[in-house]
Ligand binder design. Structure first.
Ligand code: NDP
Ligand code: 2IT
Length: 451
């Protein structure tokens, strides 16, 4: 970055921070985008003159509401929920719902902002949004989760629709929550229609949606390696998280010949020097998806593995890192450790898992760095395919959806290359993804005039 560009970015960011005080995750996500887009926007004056960056960093609207519900002991509980409808220039709003105590407006704004670029990259007609609540599903009974979902839908149903806004899952929102939400929407509106994705297969869900984010992330990594004349065969991988994205990242990486050494949750990480094979992963699926247990239990079943309480897996030597848990889970020190251990690729399954100075260190170190907007777009892409199947009233086969997913990930990789290739052959996928995602949305906004 030249000094001139850094200056312009700083001026832009001062305005954004003044307008959005205290929202540090949102500031971080915008800074990453603006750092790479500023030179491009300067070269293409039509975007600058139309104030596209200023307009794209302001959500279309934010809906904030109270969710009251009653717990099993008869206590009345009140949570806050949001839907951030960020930008619908290229299609109806689309993006997940997150239930986690750390959810704030800032977190949902960063997620909604990134979703706009990610959805654009998929090539499908989807705008960007995100929503969720500071509700903590951990330790809640099935009935409590159901009552919370139903109460949330009493308000949310007014703001969504198959041509308006189509939510899906994210942290703390999986098949169970989507089912409760969909069942209640149907009851409130007396309409059976694709207003949510990630639905069960019996009621409009798509094959491969469950696996799509993790599989897509590994397909993206495979494309990055292939571009360097390499493959996943024989690589050792570090995965963080043990939820939806992590589990299917481990599954696909293993199928493609890698050995995955680690998984984690908020309690710490497990290190299995023998690798987490299909049988061990079946244990993790039952542990996390069915019994909702803690990853530490892995070591009682597989005693050759070790558990590292409250630690992250980035100091374990490995060829590829897949952060798949949450935002800001890989900092500069972790990045330096990965570099010292000779990491070849970092591919983001989670949204914004890498802090900005860590991203800079990895890119400067010429590591293949797959940013979330590109690398984890497989989930929302198959959500888009679920919408298409719902509109057609058809269900495609597993092979058909998987082939479309592979094709979409390959296309995203190519788009990143076309805007991210440095003169020296190194591909800056951060710049590539940001510019490629931006152009489609910005051109639509220009075509609409002042809206
Ligand atoms: P899940 O709820 O299925 O799993 C989340 C995992 O991350 C759990 O292992 C959880 O551990 C861990 N985790 C969550 N919060 C924290 C935290 N604050 N500190 C440490 N660990 C944490 O969520 P997903 O797998 O769906 O989502 C993971 C990431 O992937 C998120 O960043 C999400 O935005 C992103 N993503 C998800 C997509 C999807 O289709 N689901 C699509 C694209 C991106 P614990 O159980 O202890 O909380
Ligand atoms: O971050 C994401 O892309 C998701 N949580 C998935 C969104 C979706 O609509 O499938």
């Amino acid at each position: 970055m030249t000094n001139g560009v850094r200056n312009e970015v700083d001026i832009f960011m001062r305005g954004l921070i003044r307008r959005n005080p205290g929202e540090k995750e949102f500031h971080q996500a915008v800074r990453e985008v603006v750092e790479t887009l500023m030179p491009y926007v300067n070269e293409h004056r039509k975007y600058k003159d139309a104030q596209i960056l200023e307009r794209m960093t302001e959500p279309d609207r934010i809906i904030i509401f109270r969710v009251s519900w009653e717990d099993d002991k008869g206590n009345i509980r009140a949570n806050r929920a949001w839907r951030v409808q960020f930008n619908n220039s290229i299609g109806p709003y689309k993006g997940g719902l997150r239930f986690h105590p750390s959810v704030t407006q800032s977190v949902l704004k960063f997620l909604g902002f990134e979703q706009v670029f990610k959805n654009s990259l998929t090539g499908l007609p989807m705008g960007g949004a995100k929503g969720g609540s500071n509700f903590n599903p951990k330790g809640k009974s099935e009935r409590e989760v159901m009552r919370f979902c139903q109460s949330l839908m009493v308000e949310l149903h007014r703001h969504i629709g198959e041509d308006t806004d189509v939510p899906a899952g994210d942290i703390g929102v999986g098949a169970r929550e989507i089912s409760y939400l969909f069942g209640f929407y149907k009851r409130l509106e007396n309409r059976f229609t694709g207003i949510l994705t990630g639905k069960g297969l019996a009621f409009g869900g798509s094959l491969v949606r469950t696996e799509a984010t993790g599989y897509g992330c590994v397909y993206f990594c495979e494309n990055m390696l292939k571009h360097r004349g390499d493959s996943l065969q024989g690589k050792t991988c570090l995965v963080s998280g043990s939820g939806n994205v992590a589990i299917y990242t481990v599954e696909k990486a293993t199928q493609l010949g890698s050995k995955v050494l680690t998984m984690s949750d908020s309690g710490g990480f497990i290190h299995d020097p023998d690798g987490i094979d299909a049988e061990k992963l079946a244990f993790v699926k039952d542990l996390k998806e069915v019994r909702r247990g803690r990853i530490a239990e892995y070591t009682t079943k597989y005693p050759r593995a070790s558990f590292h309480e409250k630690k992250r897996p980035w100091n374990v030597p490995g060829d590829i890192a897949f952060p798949c848990a949450t935002q800001n889970e890989l900092d500069l020190q972790d990045a330096e450790q990965l570099l010292a251990n000779g990491v070849q690729a970092v591919c983001e399954g989670a949204n914004m898992p890498t802090e900005l100075d860590a991203v800079h260190a990895l890119v400067d170190g010429k590591v293949l760095f797959g940013p979330a907007k590109a690398a984890n777009a497989g989930g929302v892409a198959v959500s888009g395919l679920e919408q298409s199947q719902n509109a057609l009233r058809l269900s495609w086969s597993r092979e058909e959806v998987d082939l479309r997913l592979r094709t979409i990930m390959k296309d995203i990789h190519e788009k990143c290359i076309s805007h991210g290739e440095n003169g020296d052959g190194y591909v800056n996928y951060v710049r590539g993804a940001n510019i490629a995602g931006f152009v489609k949305v910005a051109d639509a906004m220009l075509a609409y005039g002042v809206v």
